[in-house]
Structure formats: structure tokens, C-alpha cells
Design a protein around this ligand. Sequence first.
Ligand SMILES: *Cc1c(COP(=O)(O)O)cnc(C)c1O
Length: 373
Amino acid sequence: MADSSGPSLPPPRLTLLNPGPVMTDERVRAALSYPDVCHREDEAAALMNAVRAKVTRLCEGTERHTSVLLTGSGTAALEAAFASIVPPEGKILILDNGNYGQRLQRIVDVHGVRHERLEFGWTVPFDLARIDEVLAGNPGFTHVGMVHHETSTGMLNPLREVGEIAERHGCELAVDAISSLGAEEFGLESHGVDWCVGTANKCLEGFPGMSFVCASHAAFERLADRSPATLYLDLYGHYAAQDKANAPLFTPAVQILYAFDRALDLALAEGTAGRAKRYGRLAEALRTGLRERGLRFLLPEEHMCRAVTNVHVPDGFTYTSLHDALKAEGFVIYACQDRLPDVFRVATMGRLDETDIDEFLSALDRVLGEGAR
Ligand SMILES: *Cc1c(COP(=O)(O)O)cnc(C)c1O
């Protein structure tokens, strides 16, 4: 039994190779110890506005665009967006090739949003011709929803191409960019994205607890007359509060926001291209090491995102035995959700460098050596 009379012990020091929450920079962590703050004072309003502007910049928004912050993990912002953006007479086509595509479908289903799901299967790339055909054959669609980087399989989906198809059919495109933003090429205008959903704690290297929706003012304004789908995650309500009244609708996770502000400064200074390069170098070092050790990847390399590598569990191990042995060495790997029980994930996102990858590969050697005995 855990002792409940005193504070919990600090967690062990581990290198996180799970796809978020990620390792953070010490400057981001230091922001958590700022003085206490009231969320309805000027300093909190200034903070929210600064973070919103930085998020919009990161999404390559123009002066037409703005961002709305939500307190909650990425799914909170997904639910706020996907429950709100489709009008009652509209319909959304959900593109699904993994766990997070399925989550989009579950959100619209829970909220009674009219939708159809185009399911390709896990690890199967989008069939662009099929998307075009479905939209052409059904004039009722007003929106298309998709995941940019399908974190469950590590597949990067063709955003720009879907953006072009959606535009051709007069549909708005809503994107879960939660695990791509900050490390994969992304632009609201350049990729034809109308609604972008992101979170603080993946490639933006902040803490879990804040997420956001970025879109044009005009798109937010179109939601004004709809009845909200939920009280807490009322997207237009949050937009109106943050953009017009200059005050949060409810109490935001202010401390997490201060840390996110620092994380955004670092992300903007490194730039998406710079971060893509860094993650790419880490992924290359990792994949070379894994290949040399005879491990096999789930996806052909051309479909892999630079932030996540999915690997078949080696012979003689289960996911759990491999995970536990690596954790004892100081590294956290991640499971691949129920559908792929014999696959593990190693993320190359967050504050990591080549030494971390080298040390991970050495730890893996020790674990594989033990396992073979
Ligand atoms: C992490 C993630 C989410 C959100 O998960 P939360 O646990 O709510 O943060 C959604 N979509 C994708 C693609 C993700 O990688």
C-alpha cells in the first residue's frame, strides 16, 4: 500500500522516448516556479494574448487568423473543434488510417455531427483518388477531417494534397496536427487548412495541460449563432472571451501557459525547419542503430514521420518485458495501441540529443543480450 500521509516521491529520472509528454528544456521547466498569478489580472491577459499570437505564427497564420487556447490535453481541443465546426445541415468526411483518425470519428459520433468515415486501415496510406471520388459523388459534404501525423502508426499523411482536394470540392479542412506541429512542414494557407488543432506537449516541447485551435477570424465568427455543443468546450465561447473580452472563459492552467510561452519562444527560434532537421537526425541515428541490430520497422521508411519510429518487438520478448527491461535502464518506450500488440514505438521528439539515442541503443544491446541468454 502506498503511504498516503505525506507527499508523493518525485518520479524517477528517465529519458522519455514516448510520443509526448516529452522531455522539456530547463527554461521551460523553470517557468513553472514563477510567482502565483490570478488569471483575471492584466498579466494573465497579456500572457494569453502572447501565447495566442505565437501559436498563430507557428501555424503560419496571417493577420486574418487567430488562436484560441483550451485547458486540457489535445483531445479537449479536438473535441471543441470537431463538435462545433460542422453546421447541423453540414456533413464531415473523416479520413481514418489509425487510432487518432478513429478518435475524430468517435468525437463527431458522440456529438451527433453528421459524418461519414472513409477508413483505409491502420498503416495504409490515404487513397487520394478515393477521397476525391467520395466528395464528388456526395455534394452534401461541407468539411473534411484528418490527422496530419497519425501517431499510432507513425505515418505522415499527405496534408497539402488533401487540402487541394477539399478546396476543389468547397469543403473546409480540419486537421489534427497535434503531433506534427513544430516539426513537420505546416501552414494554414500553404496547406489549405481551415482549422488546425494542436497541443503544448508534443513537438512544441511544453507541458501537458494546454491545447489550442487556430483558424481565421471569419471561420470562428461563422460559429456565432450556433448553439454550443458543450458548455466547457464551447469553441465560439472561448473565442469570444479570449479575442473580444480579453479574458478567459474559465480558469486556464496559467502556470502551464507560462511554460508553454517559453516553449513557443524556443520553437520559434529553432524554427520548424530547424526542429525538423534535429528530429530527423535523431530518427536517422535511431533507425540506423535499430537496422544494424536486425530490428524491423512497421512502415516502409518513405511513410515514416521523423518524430516516431514503430518497431516490431524482437523475438523472445513481449512488449511488456521489453518495456520493463528498458525502463530499468532508464528509458521509456511506448506501446502501439491495442491493434498492434507486437509493435513498440520510440519517439524522437522533445529535448533529446544524439547522446540520448546512443545511450538508448547501448541499453537496448544490454537488454537484447540478457534476453538471448
Ligand atoms: C497525442 C495525440 C492526441 C491527443 O491525445 P491527448 O492524450 O488528448 O493529448 C490526438 N491526436 C494525435 C495525432 C496525437 O498524437
